[in-house]
Design a protein around this ligand. Sequence first.
Ligand code: HEM
Length: 195
Amino acid sequence: MSHATARLLAGTDAAHPDGQYTVVAKWFHWITLGLMLVALPTGFVIKYINPDPFATKLVFYAIHESAGLTVLFVSIARLAWRIANPPPPLPAHLPVAMRVGAQAVHGMLYAALILQPIFGFLATNAWGFPMQGATAYLGFIDIPAVVAKDETLARALQTTHTWIAYALVVLLVVHVGAAIWHHAIRRDGILMRML
Ligand code: HEM
């Protein structure tokens, strides 16, 4: 087997001689998971939290919104970094359908990770409930509102936020399911590239 064929089969290149994602890409990936483990559950439970006393409910909003906005910042930095440092090539043993599927899911995940916080942020502005005071970013950074209070707009933005949340859950089930399938059934080393 030629050196080039061996590299292709292993999914390596000059920047990734071991076929692994770089340390920076791994950090971006696992930090995103940690933030999503906060943003998704808090988002889904807020509407069930008793508004009396409202201060308790506000804590949920504050945590949800700060974790969510951090997802936006991390995802923008992550995409910029990815453009400058492309990931390791997919190994040649992956059939075309799997490559297309993986790329489609990854692309939709990036889009959702960026759009979801933007819709959430704009919704809070339109509700007249910006990230200031009790819901300031990280508890102390007031973010100016970019949209004025407008209930009709708020309702539309909030509905979109809910639909993207459902889409994210579906994408994450497919993404995690595929990782487990690669590791436990196909046993092809794909999961190890990100560990
Ligand atoms: C990746 C980031 C985010 C995720 C995954 C996420 C997820 C969710 C989910 C699952 C819900 C519940 C939807 C429903 O059941 O109708 C929700 C609600 C909400 N989110 Fe987010 N969100 C994110 C970012 C943000 C940001 C950045 C803000 C604001 C700055 C925000 C503000 C809200 C608000 C105000 C609600 C409505 C809560 C309620 O009163 O019921 N979200 N979010």
